[in-house]
Design a protein. Structure first.
Length: 508
């Protein structure tokens, strides 16, 4: 599987005194020195005019859904990118999140209050270079969402190029280019309401003069730069990029124009310069060439893919990136190499540790995860409704950071077991199927399941032979919650070894 170019998400000035606070510097395996603000809210200083992000003469990691998460952004910076865009984040998703200072990882997390997933994770290393791309169709909602993150990012970008149905139907992405008054309103509202620079990213229109005119209109809103992807809304990645359209825009505008769409011709750092010259732009933004091998940003030349993957995995571990996101990104680096024996092994891996083990980093991953756990990291396994309720009420107070061991009661056998679907390829292997077969053989009757749902989280209690079993890990759906409870029961009655569950990553 490789990602398709889609320009969007799947689902769905002013001045302030500079305040350096007390910075604690830690060195991680990834080789970054992390300056961690010791202020209680973890917020770095607000940009003064002097260090406001400039978009001139920059090489930029383009926004890419699922690809542009923290490890990829940090690696792009390590390799020489000047600015890194986040994946597109939809305004209402940001509004549904609360801000958490993550002392264990040294990050700022925006956490979805309905299911505890990380909507946006950032850290001080990228503070002055990260631009958050937002999907929106409403000026006030966009401003409210941007206000949530403005002190943690260097800039806000509005996606006006996404042609996907989800975006267009919601009035976002390219729909904004078809409603230029709304587009202007969104940008003007953000420019006047935010202290950080505001930009937008557009696609070209079929007509070059119309493209220039629309970009000029958008530039007049006070935005600091404009990214231009040289394909129309109906064109796909295989179509050639209209570099001369981008050049016409660059010639007509006084703000920096960021050229985008050149990945097909970008195989080396020199090619980035060529693309820049051909489009007459001040800056270049790269998506797919970076998705495939992010060391494209290295002036000294690209590194072998294995080296890039290892560096990426170390960052994924250091920043507790989730396994499925890490897998998606590595998959898009491997591309045809997925057909090799190692590629096939990789496709079977599900947890971060299993993926890391393929590149000799399994022990590193496990050791770091145990370290994080001991330090009280609220990771996916610790997410439960109680923690979310407490935190979303007052996310800033360290006293509210609970270490919660599920909602176990003394007479329910409780273990923290994650149900990892890929470990059970056939239906007969599923924990519920195995438990049913075993209980029949033992003449214990049928196991029964009672599942509770809070927000988007599920927990199931299994009753068998008068005893109750549950996993304190809240799952994302009822089926998984039941399978988790069945695993606890199987382990408790000696049908599954705890050591097996630890080895396959179900238990940390
Ligand atoms: C996997 C993937 C995800 C993308 N997600 C976004 C996105 O979230 N926002 C956006 O504006 N463009 C997105 N795009 C489009 C790219 O930013 C870029 O405009 C396009 O790929 C052309 O640039 P390239 O030739 O360098 O790849 C995405 C592209 C890819 C390949």
């Amino acid at each position: 599987m490789t990602a398709t170019e889609d320009d969007c998400a799947n689902s769905g000035p002013g001045e302030q005194p500079s305040n350096n606070g007390n910075l604690k510097v830690i060195r991680t395996e990834s080789g970054f020195e992390e300056a961690i603000a010791s202020e209680s809210n973890g917020s770095s200083q607000v940009k003064s005019g002097a260090n406001r992000l400039s978009y001139s003469d920059k090489t930029i990691l383009a926004p890419m859904v699922r690809v542009g998460t923290l490890p990829m952004r940090l690696l792009a910076l390590q390799f020489g990118a000047d600015i890194v865009y986040t994946e597109e984040l939809i305004d209402w998703k940001l509004l549904r999140s609360f801000r958490r200072v993550n002392d264990v990882l040294g990050t700022i997390d925006f956490v979805d209050e309905t299911d505890g997933t990380i909507v946006f994770r950032t850290c001080s290393r990228e503070r002055e270079q990260v631009v958050l791309q937002m999907g929106t169709s409403d000026p006030q909602r966009a401003l409210k969402a941007a206000k949530l993150v403005e002190n943690d990012v260097a800039g806000i970008d509005i996606n006006m190029g996404c042609p996907k149905e989800f975006s267009v139907k919601g009035g976002m992405g390219v729909a904004l280019m078809a409603d230029i008054e709304k587009a202007k309103n969104v940008l003007e509202t953000l420019v006047s309401g935010l202290r950080c620079p505001v930009t937008c990213k557009v696609r070209v229109l079929p007509d070059v003069d119309r493209t220039v005119a629309v970009c000029q209109t958008l530039a007049m809103t006070g935005i600091s730069a404009i990214g231009v992807h040289g394909r129309t809304r109906d064109e796909r990645p295989q179509h050639s990029n209209r570099n001369h359209y981008i050049k016409a825009v660059a010639n007509a505008l006084s703000i920096p124009v960021i050229a985008n769409g050149g990945s097909k011709e970008i195989e080396s750092f020199e090619d980035i310069k060529k693309f820049k010259n051909e489009t007459g732009c001040s800056s270049v933004m790269i998506a797919r060439a970076a998705e495939w091998n992010v060391s494209i940003f290295r002036k000294e030349g690209r590194l072998p893919l294995d080296d890039v993957i290892k560096k990426y995995l170390v960052l994924s571990v250091d920043y507790d990136n989730n396994g499925s996101n890490t897998k998606y990104c590595v998959q898009n680096m491997l591309r045809e190499l997925q057909e090799t024996p190692r590629g096939k092994l990789f496709l079977e891996a599900q947890t971060l540790e299993q993926i890391c083990a393929i590149w000799g980093l399994g022990d590193y991953c496990r050791a770091r995860q145990l370290e994080f756990k001991a330090a009280g990291l609220l990771g996916r396994r610790e997410i439960c409704p109680q923690v979310l309720r407490q935190e979303s009420n007052d996310s800033e107070s360290p006293a509210k950071k609970l270490k919660l061991e599920g909602n176990c009661t003394s007479n329910i056998v409780t273990m923290k077991v994650a149900y990892l679907r890929s470990l059970f390829p056939s239906d007969n292997d599923l924990p519920k199927s195995r438990l049913l077969a075993w209980s029949r053989k033992q003449k214990l009757g049928m196991p029964s399941y009672k599942t509770i749902q809070e927000g988007k989280l599920f927990q199931s209690v299994l009753t068998l032979d008068g005893k109750q079993y549950t996993s304190s890990m809240w799952e994302k759906n009822k089926r998984w919650a039941e399978q988790g409870a069945a695993l606890v029961c199987l382990c408790s009655v000696g049908q599954v070894d705890l050591s097996t569950l630890k080895a396959d990553g179900s238990v940390l």
